[in-house]
Design a binder for this molecule. Structure first.
Ligand SMILES: [Zn+2]
Length: 246
């Protein structure tokens, strides 16, 4: 019996195709399975993510959007949105924030899920600057912009009104405070990640072992077979979810 909170609507905002699949697609698939309307917003289409000398930015964007759409379908996602900023050049400026505010006001998520804007180093690796930019843009769009009536009031002419998000879930290894049990959707997560294989992985590599290893490592501290971890920010708790929560 699943006792963890399942939002009615959730929006995942990330920089590149495959970021969600590596980070939190187990959570997305689980929420979708229990009736949540899940929206993915991809800020870039990953159009420089290749070492293939024959590839162009336009062609790669098409390939990666198709891969991302297939991955989203496997996870049961309702809305797949591409904003098509250039990969590698993402800046969390006011124009991007405004576009995200509009999407948040249209789709009204209870939860926005995004990356950690503060992580520069991950072990011995450097975190991609687009990941930080996307996290910052998402968080700044949620608070306070989405809920302030006098900000971006011009959207009202289109019938789009302020919306208060209940929670932000930040995928991070630094100070996580919330673990989602993804034991029942780990296979979906792996299958979703496999959709990125044509452009991103060697055909010899299958993500199953690594994904299970990572998810088991995260889950073992909290007694879940497989888990994803978040820094979870509460903006306005949803009443019924607090019962039965960790
Ligand atoms: Zn990425």
């Amino acid at each position: 019996m699943n006792k963890q909170y399942v939002p009615e609507r959730a929006m995942f905002i990330y920089a590149h195709p495959d970021d969600i699949e590596f980070g939190c697609a187990g959570t997305a698939a689980k929420w979708a399975k229990y009736g949540c309307e899940v929206t993915y917003v991809l800020l870039t289409s990953g159009n420089v993510g290749t070492h293939d000398p024959e590839m162009t930015r336009e062609k790669l964007a098409q390939v990666r959007e198709a891969e991302q759409t297939a991955a989203a379908n496997i996870a049961g996602v309702t809305n797949m949105i591409f904003l098509r900023y250039d990969d590698g050049l993402l800046v969390p400026d006011l124009e991007l924030r405004k576009r995200l505010v509009k999407l948040i006001r249209i789709h009204k998520p209870n939860v926005v899920v995004c990356g950690d804007p503060n992580v520069i180093f991950r072990g011995d690796r450097i975190n991609h600057p687009d990941h930080r930019a996307a996290g910052k843009a998402a968080i700044d769009a949620v608070f306070p912009s989405s809920e302030m009536r006098l900000l971006h009031q011009e959207f009202e002419e289109e019938g789009i009104f302020p919306h208060k998000v209940n929670y932000v879930y930040v995928t991070t290894h630094e100070n996580p405070n919330y673990y989602e049990d993804i034991s029942e959707t780990i296979e979906i997560k792996i299958e979703a990640l496999r959709q990125h294989a044509p452009s991103q992985f060697s055909p010899d590599w299958d993500p199953e072992d690594r994904v299970k290893e990572w998810a088991a490592e995260i889950g073992k501290d909290v007694g879940f077979k497989y888990a994803e971890r978040f820094r979870r920010m509460i903006l306005e708790a949803v009443k019924e979810e607090e019962e039965g929560n960790q």
